[in-house]
Design a protein around this ligand. Structure first.
Ligand code: ZN
Length: 680
């Protein structure tokens, strides 16, 4: 239900291949920005922006301003010390006159970049506190060298008093160790450094919301979504995020630009969505938020779309309170045509699949997933972002009104382009023949694999009458993902795709096949810790397909492990036979699903999907580690500039991609710093 259920994982596995489409256009664009700690910062390209109308450009301009004005909210939500720390570090970073070649300064430079990336004190992914690698002496000296007026001192506070409070927060690993503590048996509210609760215990917070909830309400609001729960003078109450409430200074700017955006809305429906969102920001009323979400889901005709608000609740240990985020985007018409074309032909694909006739759907409708181009990332989507969105989160709204599912193709593209030349393909791909295939067709077949998987694969086939949809139990999701992947793999090599014009030629599919086999047999193991089994269902699905196909093709040597200089490589000897094997696998998995044959499914999963050859695993880990790739990636945004005429009307909006990472962070703090340093 949350973001990117299967889209994200599907595409992540394809990161190593390089897209072939638009290679010339991409040739001069530099996707890489900076590498530090366990992070890499990339840049994405907003293709198609220049072709938008002036009003559409204005709309994006206003929406991205609205998005950027929310930045401080997330910092404060992540902990009450994020903003004071950020301002202190930025003062040092810009004013420091000492030697910048020392190990201390280099460690400081890394630390501030990590803090920016995390929007606070804790790692964006692990939620562990980031500890500085510079000395405390260096830090004290650096702070004292800064003009005290630039430090976030409270009234009457001396620099020494300020340091006495700040130092343990930065350097003591036992102080605020986790942003979001989820350890069983502990008071996860009291022990989390996140700022969603203040002075309340887990038991108090749970009791507070239990008393509010009506178990018979079929359309419940998202309780607690947009507030901090505090205890003051023995009384527990919510500080609601709204224009005259908590974070009001930031919300006022967010609303100001939403109001401007509404003046250039593409249509009445879109305007109504914006007005409802503004009403919600004014009132903080969660019923209004639901009305907004319903209007937003139904806005399907607009080219430009956005997420703007308190959305995902991963940061709250109780999973209720949402962090602020925004993504502004516009529909990629060309890529969306591809998914529309696939959906229009859904019945043909169903009728011609290698599954038995009695398992086929008589009437199949493809899901037309939208492909979008991100124009700005903000709040909890910046710098680290998802590559797909699936909203809203409220179950009853999804059931009654549907949801929007989108893939963000310029982010996926940036990942893939930046991965070029990182040495991965040189290390793991068998020969130049396969590397060239991946360079030429890896991108298009990777996207197409996701489209076929999402638009057709999951929706294909039917259960025989009386079969329990949960018959495959714990193996259900692995087998379901395998079914969708096999549907995509089988059709990837079909002449129909060439005929429809969505794949360039009858050779391109080989890139996807090679990628699938290399990943499933070998390279995805780099994400598994030594000694562990494969657990995650998409990873199990891919190993299931690859290891089983390897076995099925053994007699004819369809796939082999070639050894060169003591290293193992996946080599495919017969692509045509491999397609037949995928068809055979699809037919069998569909049978298992349609008949609810738990035993057959269990045997397949246990035989192929779970266990890891420890020697091969070690080899993959060693070879992967030697590449020294950053485990986490994020993005800088492009800079949008509005050009005005003498009457103050916007006459053009232009884009610039040259801003660096630190430069962007410092500018955002200066231009979009909306909140006071301390928000007690
Ligand atoms: Zn899936």
């Amino acid at each position: 239900m949350k973001k990117n259920i299967c889209i994200m994982l599907a595409s992540l596995s394809l990161m190593a291949c390089a897209p072939g489409a638009n290679q010339k256009e991409n040739a001069e664009f530099d996707y890489t920005v900076e590498r530090f700690a366990d992070l890499e910062v990339l840049r994405y390209q907003v293709k198609g922006f220049d072709e938008l109308s002036l009003d559409q450009k204005k709309l994006i301009y206003y929406l991205q301003e609205s998005a950027l004005y929310g930045r401080d909210i997330l910092f404060d939500q992540n902990s009450k010390w994020s903003l004071p720390l950020r301002y202190t570090l930025e003062a040092i970073y810009t004013d420091y006159q000492g030697d910048k070649t020392t190990a201390d300064w280099k460690a400081f430079d890394t630390y501030i970049k990590q803090i920016w990336f995390a929007n606070g004190l804790h790692h964006h992914y692990s939620s562990d506190k980031i500890l500085p690698a510079f000395s405390q002496e260096f830090f004290v000296e650096a702070v004292k060298a800064v003009d005290a007026a630039k430090l976030p001192l409270r009234d009457g506070e001396t620099v020494d008093q300020f340091l006495a409070t700040l130092m343990p927060i930065m350097f003591d690993p036992t102080v605020m160790p986790k942003r979001t503590n989820q350890a069983d048996g502990e008071d996860v509210v009291a022990t989390s450094a996140g700022n969603y609760y203040d002075g309340v215990t887990q038991a108090e917070a749970e009791a507070f919301y239990a008393a509010m909830k009506d178990p018979n309400d079929a359309t419940p609001i998202s309780y607690g979504l947009n507030s901090r729960l505090v205890k003051r003078d023995g009384k527990i109450y919510e500080e609601v995020y709204k224009i005259d409430g908590r974070y009001g200074q930031a919300i006022a700017r967010i609303v100001e630009y939403l109001e401007k955006a509404a003046t250039v809305a593409e249509n009445d429906q879109q305007k109504a969505v914006m007005e409802k969102l503004i009403e919600y920001y004014r009132t903080g009323d969660l019923r209004t938020f639901d009305e907004y979400a319903i209007l937003w889901v139904k806005d399907l005709d607009s080219r430009i779309d956005y997420v703007n608000g308190f959305t995902e609740s991963y940061g709250d240990p109780l999973g209720m309170k949402a962090s602020w985020e925004s993504i502004v985007n516009f529909k990629d018409l060309e890529a969306s045509r591809r998914t529309e074309l696939i959906s229009e032909n859904a019945q043909w694909f169903e009728d011609n699949s290698p599954t038995e006739a009695r398992f086929k759907k008589e009437n199949v409708t493809g899901v037309s997933a939208k492909v979008i181009t991100a124009a700005i990332l903000a709040g909890d989507c910046y710098p680290s972002t998802a590559i797909g969105i699936n909203l809203p989160n409220a179950n009853w709204i999804r059931a009654a009104h549907g949801s929007k599912s989108v893939t963000i193709d310029n982010i996926t593209e940036a990942y893939a382009e930046a991965a070029k030349g990182n040495g991965f393909n040189e290390e793991f791909v068998y020969s130049d023949v396969e590397r060239e295939l991946l360079a030429e067709y890896g991108g298009i077949t990777g996207d197409l694999h996701t489209d076929l998987h999402e638009c057709l694969g999951h929706g294909s086939g039917k259960l025989l009458p009386g079969v329990d949809p949960d018959a495959l139990k714990a193996h259900g999701s692995t087998l379901e993902e395998a079914r969708a992947d096999l549907f995509a793999l089988y059709y990837m090599a079909d002449a129909k795709l060439v005929e429809l014009g969505i794949i360039p030629n009858a050779e391109a599919y080989k890139a996807c096949y090679y990628q699938q086999m290399m990943n499933g047999l070998m390279t995805q193991l780099h994400r598994i810790e030594p000694g562990k089994d494969v657990e995650e269902s998409h990873m199990r699905d891919r190993q299931l397909i690859a290891a089983w196909a390897y076995d099925l093709g053994k007699e004819n040597n369809v796939i082999e492990f070639a050894v060169v200089d003591g290293k193992r490589y996946v080599k495919i000897n017969d692509y045509v036979k491999l397609r037949e094997i995928f068809g055979q696998q699809l037919a069998e998995i569909q049978r298992i699903k349609s008949e609810g044959d738990y035993e057959a499914g269990r045997i397949l999963v246990e035989k192929y999907a779970v266990k890891v050859d420890p020697e091969l695993h070690k080899e993959v880990l060693d070879r992967y580690e030697a590449l020294n790739l950053a485990p986490y990636k994020g993005f800088v945004n492009p800079v949008y500039t509005a050009h005005y005429d003498e009457n103050g009307e916007i006459v053009d909006v232009t884009l610039d991609y040259t801003e660096g990472y630190a430069e962007q962070m410092l500018r955002y703090s200066k231009d979009y710093g909306t909140l006071p340093v301390y928000n007690d």
